[in-house]
Design a protein around this ligand. Structure first.
Ligand code: SAH
Length: 215
C-alpha cells in the first residue's frame, strides 16, 4: 500500500528491525506494509514509526515496533495458522499477525479500544481478524486450539487456560513478571510436554483478569 508514510516505514524496518535480530523475511515485509499510523491518534501520527511505544488511550500503549516484530518472529508463522492474541489494544499487533497466518482471534478488556481497533480492521479490509470484549486470560475456548498465542500485557504467571488452548507443536509468548518489569517467556508444546524459554526483559502494561493481576 502506497502512502505518505511508506518512507518512514521502510526506515523503521531498516533502522529498528534489520539492524537488530529480526531476520524473518515475512515479518520484515509485513511491517513494511501495515500502516502503523492508522492505529494511533491523529496527533500522534508523526511519531508512529519511532523506536518507542506510544499511548493509545485508557492508560494503555501500542508496543514499540521492535517488540512487535520480535514477539511475532518468535511465533514462527508460516501462513496457515490460527492465532490468538490477548490484549487487542490499538489493533496493530493483530493486524501484523493477520498478514502472516490464516485467522486471528483477539480479545480486549477495554471496550473503547476494541471498538476503535475494529474500525481500523474494517477500513484496511483485514477480514481475517475476529475481536471480542472479554477477559483474555480465559482464552477463547470455542475457537481453539490455537497454533500460536501471543499475550501483549504482562502477568504474574502464564494463564493455565491459554496453555490448555494451545495445540500440539504450538507456541505461546507472554511477558511474565511483576507490575514494573517482566521477561518474555516462550512456551512450546511438544509430544504433550511443555517447555519454557526465557527471552528478553520487557515492560508491558498489566494483564488484568482472573489469571492475571486484579487491577
Ligand atoms: N497488542 C496491542 C498492545 C496493547 S497494550 C497493540 O498492538 O496495540 C495491552 C492491552 O491489553 C491493553 O489494551 C489492555 O487493556 C489489554 N488487556 C489487559 N488485560 C487484558 C485481559 N485480561 N484480556 C484482554 N485484554 C487485556
Amino acid at each position: 500500500m502506497m502512502d505518505q508514510y511508506q518512507k518512514a516505514r521502510l526506515r523503521m524496518v531498516q533502522e529498528q528491525l534489520l539492524s537488530r535480530d529480526i531476520v524473518d523475511q515475512r515479518v520484515l515485509k509485513t511491517m513494511e506494509e501495515v500502516p502503523r499510523h492508522w492505529f494511533v491518534d491523529d496527533a500522534m501520527r508523526v511519531r508512529a514509526y519511532g523506536d518507542h511505544p506510544l499511548p493509545i488511550g485508557a492508560g494503555q500503549t501500542i508496543s514499540q515496533p521492535y517488540i512487535v516484530a520480535s514477539m511475532t518472529q518468535s511465533l514462527r508463522l508460516k501462513g496457515d495458522e490460527t492465532v490468538l492474541e490477548i490484549g487487542t489494544g490499538s489493533g496493530y499487533q493483530a493486524a501484523v499477525l493477520s498478514r502472516l497466518c490464516r485467522q486471528v482471534y483477539t480479545v480486549e478488556r477495554v471496550n473503547s479500544l476494541l471498538v476503535s481497533a475494529r474500525k481500523v480492521f474494517d477500513k484496511l479490509r483485514y477480514y481475517n481478524i475476529q475481536a471480542k470484549f472479554d477477559d483474555g486470560t480465559l482464552g477463547w475456548p470455542e475457537k481453539g486450539p490455537f497454533d500460536a498465542i501471543i499475550v501483549t500485557a504482562g502477568g504474574p504467571e502464564i494463564p493455565e487456560p491459554l496453555v490448555e488452548q494451545l495445540s500440539e507443536n504450538g507456541r505461546l509468548i507472554i511477558p511474565v513478571g511483576d507490575q514494573h518489569v517482566q521477561e518474555l517467556q516462550l512456551l512450546e508444546k511438544k509430544d504433550g510436554r511443555v517447555t519454557v524459554t526465557t527471552l528478553a526483559g520487557v515492560r508491558f502494561v498489566n494483564l488484568v483478569g482472573k489469571y492475571g493481576w486484579s487491577r
